[in-house]
Design a protein around this ligand. Structure first.
Ligand code: COA
Length: 425
């Protein structure tokens, strides 16, 4: 291809003199800084509770071993209908209700997950369709258990730049489907569930403050799920099954929580004394105790619900935020640190101000009316999806190939003729 076909600069021989170019009044300008506030949160957990005692019948383990080594007492396990998409959708609905926002107002949906039904279409696109979020872009984010905090940062930065106003960040996982149920060193640790938060832009200061993100791919083999592109599966590993070097991951986790909490506090201009609650990824109570010791803070500063749900990967932080608020551990304007770590290796920590804008969800008639409008949008979304599918089928049947008049063979001999004419000359 020619480097310059004359259309871009107008004159190929004489490149334009940029110093004389008039100022473009429409040129992109950084917009006035906005703030990204957390205004809604919701969760969806599978109904089935599986206790440690039940696992004693599955692998050679004991309730005592699991409790003392991890703090986990029970976890939720999804049934066949409880997928990343459906649990994420339910969590998102709850977050929209909490914020009193319509699905049609959402600009962006990010789903952090390592256990989607499909590589693509993304779970985010399917949730976008179920919600009827017709104005939203949507994508899945792969950063293992750090994924939710990565997503939070992406969404908050897009809001702060003025590029979007409203974003849903969802963590949703069905770990039970990627566990090797004969491997006692991993299958007792994980559980299923989903959590979502809604972020909204505002001129009022507060909300998302700052974040640090990190990755160390040299530790890739310590924790992972080999999938479709794997060509050389190491011995002892299974396709689509989680493998982990528990001891190494433990060491990494304690170190990286300590480091990334310090770094994000520094970046946000806060000290540990300013922090009301640290909401970490829920993997193991002993990891949290060790990190609290390293930071020289009370273990009570670290929120934990790992005993109820085990490790729900990217879903654990939004589930923990939701429960911390419900238990009265998070109050408006509290300073919160969220910190995730996991496969990659990856890590991410963010400093937030919790619920820093006035609630605008009037309970009562006005709220019930907007709740009705949301329900109407979900019903419309259901029928719109069906109508679009039917339309596509009909269009395909009536019109046939969309490129039936295009004939590559016609142009190929033409080019051939030109070339042979040139050859003759
Ligand atoms: N029940 C009973 N015994 C078990 C067991 C189980 N479920 N799982 C492992 N064991 C055994 C091991 O086989 C080993 O036996 P051995 O000494 O005869 O070889 C023994 O318990 C001790 O194993 P070890 O690996 O030293 O235990 P640990 O104290 O390190 O705890 C983990 C193991 C997995 C709980 C711990 O390493 C851990 O939590 N790591 C981090 C995992 C994590 O958080 N991953 C996700 C990050 S996002």
């Amino acid at each position: 291809m020619a480097a310059n076909d004359g259309r871009l600069n107008g004159n190929r021989a004489q490149p334009p003199d940029r110093s004389e170019r008039p100022h473009a009044t429409h040129a992109w300008q950084p917009r006035h800084t906005r703030y990204a506030h957390l205004t809604g949160w919701g969760i969806r957990l599978p109904e089935r509770i599986v206790t440690n005692a039940e696992l004693e019948a599955v692998v050679e383990t004991t309730d005592d071993w699991i409790r003392t080594r991890t703090g986990i007492q029970e976890r939720r396990i999804a049934n066949d209908r409880e997928t990343v998409t459906l649990m994420g959708f339910e969590a998102a609905r709850a977050a929209l209700n909490r914020a009193n926002v319509l699905p049609s107002a959402i600009d962006l949906i990010i789903v952090a997950t390592s256990t989607p039904e499909d590589i693509y279409p993304s779970s985010a696109s399917k949730i976008q369709d179920l919600l009827g979020a017709t104005q939203a872009g949507a994508f899945d984010l792969s950063a293992a258990c750090s994924g939710f905090v990565y997503g939070l940062n992406m969404a908050a930065q897009a809001i702060r730049s003025g590029s979007i106003n409203t974003a849903l960040v969802i963590g949703s996982e069905v770990n039970s489907r990627v566990l090797d149920w004969t491997d006692r060193s991993t299958c007792v640790l994980f559980g299923d569930g989903a959590g979502a938060v809604l972020l909204e832009g505002s001129d009022q200061a507060g909300g998302f403050m700052d974040a640090v993100l990190g990755s160390d791919g040299s530790g890739a083999e310590l924790l992972g799920i080999p999938t479709i592109g794997t060509t050389n599966l190491p011995e002892g590993r299974q396709m689509h099954k989680l493998h982990m070097d528990g001891r190494e991951v433990f060491r990494f986790a304690v170190h990286i929580i300590t480091e990334s909490v310090r770094q994000v506090l520094d970046k946000a201009g806060l000290s540990l004394a300013d922090v009301d609650l640290i909401v970490p990824h829920q993997a193991n109570q002993r990891i949290l105790s060790a990190a609290a010791r390293n930071l020289n803070v009370s273990e009570a500063l670290f929120y934990s619900n790992v005993h109820r749900y085990g490790n729900t990967s990217a879903a654990s932080i939004p589930i923990a935020l939701y429960e911390a608020e419900r238990e009265g551990r998070l109050k408006p304007n509290d300073n919160v640190i969220v910190v995730g770590f996991g496969g990659g290796l990856t890590w991410a920590a963010a400093a937030l101000q919790w619920q820093s804008v006035q609630e605008r969800a009037p309970k009562g008639l006005a709220y019930r009316l907007s709740q009705g409008r949301r329900e109407l949008q979900y019903i419309t979304a259901f029928w719109r999806a069906r109508a679009l599918k039917t339309y596509r089928r009909l269009e395909a049947a009536l019109r046939g190939s969309p490129a039936k008049h295009a004939n590559l063979r016609e142009s190929a001999p033409a080019k051939g003729k030109e070339e042979s004419a040139r050859d003759k000359r």
